[in-house]
Write a protein that binds this ligand. Structure first.
Ligand SMILES: [Zn+2]
Length: 330
């Protein structure tokens, strides 16, 4: 089965839309990004998406791009390509994205959530090249996950596998936006690292973080990391707790999946040595030794183009799957 040489990758986020024509080896022939302007609602945003797709296809000068891979903020019904009211896309209530784009672009459209897209992108072009079994975890506003099993995306029964951010690390812990308590995300996402620091300071702990951020309300995860470097007591306490809880979450991942690699992406990985050096030891203290021996914990590699490359990888992965299905004897 020979893969098409070029696909269009489309990354739909709450703040930006990015698209690019991607070659099989991961080279971007053309690419562009524009703000989503999500307040304009789904119809206007879909018009912007279609315009952006036409623009990058024209700029690429590739005459016939066979299909489009899409990574989109969830929740989604992946099988039907329907967007189901994501918090970052207000008004997108059961929007049939795949159908709308197929009509407008006259090409097959393959849609997946942004975390699965990122996992596929890292597996195909980034830190996970050649690795059979890996777990991708993004630590940003929320915590998303994607699983690659035997070089294939593991989708689960209805396309929602890999929600590691909503695995429980404290059974009666902090309220999560999913409605449950004690989810990994409710501690280690950028949002919750910042809110835990603000809560600690509001309860009376002395700290320079409000001054560093220009007010208590402006404290972000990045402020906490700067505070760690400045040896601020609250920042160090919050960060050490974050590492312990993340390590517990990753030890669960190691013990359940026995992966060869865990790739961490998202804004929080800018912490680099403050994160990866202690994390490995803390995970090793919890995970079973034979499983720990074979796993690397590494940063994502794709950087700024991760969204588009991941979306393109969704395209190839789904196209291959459909071809295979069509060839199966009935
Ligand atoms: Zn949750």
């Amino acid at each position: 089965m020979i893969e098409p040489e070029y696909v269009l990758g489309l990354d739909i986020g709450g703040t930006k839309l990015a698209a690019g024509v991607c070659k099989r080896d991961g080279t971007l022939v053309s690419s562009a990004r524009v703000p989503t302007l999500s307040h304009l609602g789904p119809d206007a945003v879909i018009d912007r998406i279609v315009e952006l797709c036409h623009r990058v296809m024209t700029e690429s000068k590739i005459p016939d791009i066979p299909f489009v891979g899409v990574g989109c903020v969830g929740p989604l019904d992946v099988k039907r390509g329907v967007v189901q009211n994501p918090p970052n896309l207000p008004g997108w209530i059961d929007i049939p994205l795949r159908e709308r784009l197929e009509k407008a672009l006259q090409k097959p459209i393959f849609v997946d959530n942004d975390a699965n897209a990122a996992a596929l992108g890292e597996h195909r072009f980034g830190a996970g090249r050649g690795i059979a079994n890996l777990v991708y975890l993004t630590l940003s506003t929320g915590v998303g996950g994607g699983l690659i099993v035997n070089h294939e995306l593991w989708e689960g029964a209805n396309g929602n596998a890999g929600e590691i951010g909503h695995s429980t690390v404290a059974f009666d812990g902090r309220l999560c936006r999913c409605g449950s308590h004690g989810c990994l995300e409710a501690y280690v996402s950028g949002t919750h690292i910042a809110s835990r620091a603000r809560e600690r300071i509001a309860s009376g702990a002395p700290s320079q973080l409000p001054e560093m951020a220009g007010g208590l309300e402006n404290i972000s995860a990045a402020t906490v990391l700067s505070g760690v470097q400045a040896k601020d007591a609250v920042a160090m306490e919050i960060w050490n707790e974050t590492l312990l809880i993340l390590a517990a979450g990753l030890a669960n991942v190691v013990n359940i999946f026995n992966p060869e690699q865990i790739i961490l992406g998202g804004g929080v990985i800018h912490a680099r040595d403050l994160l990866f050096t202690p994390l490995r030891q803390l995970v090793a203290a919890r995970a079973l030794p034979p499983l720990m021996q074979v796993v690397q914990i590494v940063p994502a590699e794709l950087g700024d183009n991760a969204g588009v490359l991941g979306a393109a990888a969704v395209g190839w992965c789904r196209w291959k799957r459909e071809k295979r299905k069509a060839q199966e004897p009935v």
